[in-house]
Design a protein around this ligand. Structure first.
Ligand code: GLN
Length: 540
């Protein structure tokens, strides 16, 4: 019998519901259960691809090409699984399916109503994901906070599923327990209100994860238990931790795995978090800390740095460093600075390596290109991801191959030489103004050429990597670029698309760019080979 755990948020957003969900998944998986995880985003957007990264964070691309929320990345990393698109849904996606079915007369003439037809579609998707994964336990994270109008339909789905199979559904509420500075005492009242709000939609939390700056004392646990209708052992401390990878270990200290087994009538099993613990120890051991610059433009939201936009890149750097017993310190650099003040480029010399992640649009691009020229000429290790690869090619075309006015068509469509240009099918999409879900998305095979840095790093001849782009290296310039010394070490199986560009070891210690996003495939216990190679180059 399949079991379901709904994870809902109380009091406020941004307190780590995705990591909590992923951590519960990792605990149950390490108990030997088959686990899958679903993210529900209560937006009208059909996918996350049309949302601005500064508003919504990273767009995480699944292998099958669906553009999703960054939490799907947390699930894949913590569960060490590849998740399919049925595991992500937005309000828009659910309604789109209900309306499609209505248009096809699949409701056979009956009135189609928000309740129960929309929650029923949500439940259908949850069950399909469970079957597809052959999961014993399915985690369903409901985005947003209890009490919002937006997620009510999803909470109704949880209630209906619980009504259908009462002993197979658990509800976990992640709540925030503040310690207001001027009071200096941990206050449980907001959690009590959140619990009451949850009751008002017909749900009762089985477990409360209490997010706070510290662990809860017995008195607060007791208070939450009494007023939220659960036993104190089921109030779990979720204090601030040094690293997100500590979270499963912390939850297990309070016996969360066994508690969930009790709620769901599952037999207790021991949890094997040994390898996980080994990885976590390594993230803290690093006696030497590498200093890496991440150069981009989606960093600021008002006065705040938004590193969430690059979460998979940041995590991939951490995985690769930890595996080499190194710590990593990241600095986020805004490339526009180099356009205003080129002298500032000198500061790049202080870093062990520079990484340019994916991006779109013109802001800061000339700054990135100047920085790439600087790291090439000064032999600073460089890793370019997607836009970072395309701009590496533009820089090489301009300054080494001496191709005049070389540019990407994304920025200067009428440039004399668009060395990066639309992929042919993308021209049609743009002409039709068909933007949503139409990039080259998801996993594609990539052939690796012998005697290259990439081939050596991967240790095999063919790999599969995830994409999200509309532009490519213009085939008309490949010969010219090669003649000038640029090595295309990875290509699509039909050899039409250039997937990896690098400089030979003679020219540069490590300068490599990928048209795909390797960061999506890096997992804590299985770091990505290209990130490993980059980090290795940064140490020498
Ligand atoms: N803007 C570029 C393209 O669409 C790169 C995209 C990216 O970096 N993900 O091709």
């Amino acid at each position: 019998m399949a079991k379901y755990i709904f994870i809902v948020g109380g009091v406020m957003s941004g307190i780590g519901k995705g990591v909590a969900t992923a951590s519960i998944g990792s605990i149950l998986k390490n108990k030997g259960f088959g686990v899958t995880a679903i993210k529900i985003d209560p937006y009208i957007n059909v996918d996350a691809g049309t949302m601005n990264p500064t508003e919504h964070g990273e767009v995480f691309v699944l292998d099958d090409g669906y553009e999703t929320d960054q939490d799907m990345g947390n699930y894949e990393r913590f569960l060490d699984e590849t998740l399919p698109s049925i595991n992500y849904m937005t309000t828009g996606r659910v309604y789109q399916e209900v309306i499609r079915r209505e248009r096809n007369l699949e409701y056979k003439g009956k009135n189609v109503e928000v309740v129960p037809d929309v929650p029923l579609e949500v439940i259908r998707r949850i069950k399909e994901a469970t079957t597809k994964a052959k999961a014993d336990v399915t985690l369903i994270e409901v985005g947003g906070t209890i009490g919002e109008y937006q997620n009510i339909i999803f909470l109704e789905a949880a209630r209906m599923l619980k009504h259908e199979c009462p002993t197979d559904v658990a509800v976990v509420m992640l709540s925030y327990v503040p310690i207001p500075q001027n009071i200096g005492e941990m206050k449980t009242k907001p959690t009590q209100y959140a619990s009451r709000e949850l009751n008002s939609v017909g749900l009762q939390a089985d477990v409360i994860l209490a997010r706070a700056s510290t662990s809860l004392d017995a008195k607060r646990k007791e208070k939450i238990a009494t007023f939220c209708n659960i036993s104190p052992e089921r109030v779990i401390s979720a204090p601030d931790v040094e690293s997100i990878y500590d979270v499963p270990l912390n939850f297990e200290k309070d016996g969360l795995g066994d508690i969930l087994c009790d709620v769901l009538n599952l037999k207790h099993r021991s949890t094997d978090l040994l390898s996980w613990q080994g990885f976590v120890d390594k993230t803290k051991n690093g006696n030497k800390k590498l200093h890496i610059a991440v150069l981009g433009k989606y960093f600021m939201s008002g006065d705040y740095v938004l590193s969430d936009v690059y979460i998979s890149v940041i995590e991939a750097l951490k995985h690769a460093s930890a595996h080499q017993d190194l710590g990593v310190k990241l600095s986020y650099l805004d490339s526009e600075v180099y356009e205003i003040n080129p002298a500032k480029l000198q500061e790049l010399k202080q870093y062990d390596g520079v990484l340019v992640p994916g991006g779109f649009g013109s802001r800061g691009v000339e700054g990135i290109i100047s920085a790439i020229q600087f790291v090439r000429e000064n032999k600073i290790p460089y890793l370019g991801l997607c836009y970072g690869m395309q701009l590496m090619v533009v820089e090489y075309a301009r300054n080494v191959a001496k191709i005049p006015d070389a540019h990407t068509a994304e920025i200067k469509p009428d440039a004399q030489n668009t060395v990066i240009d639309y992929m042919p099918e993308q021209k049609e999409n743009m002409a039709r103004q068909s933007f949503g879900g139409t990039m080259r998305l998801g996993g594609y095979a990539c052939k690796l050429n012998a005697n290259t840095i990439a081939r050596d790093a991967y240790g095999k001849d063919e790999v599969r990597e995830r994409h999200r782009h509309r532009y490519e290296v213009n085939p008309e310039y490949i010969v010219k670029l090669k003649e000038a010394g640029l090595v295309f070490s990875g290509v699509s199986p039909d050899e039409r698309l250039m997937e990896i560009a690098e400089l030979s070891k003679k020219e540069h210690p490590f300068m490599l760019g990928t048209q795909f996003h390797p960061e999506f495939l890096s997992h804590p216990l299985a770091p990505h080979p290209l990130f490993l190679a980059f980090i290795r180059a940064c140490t020498t």
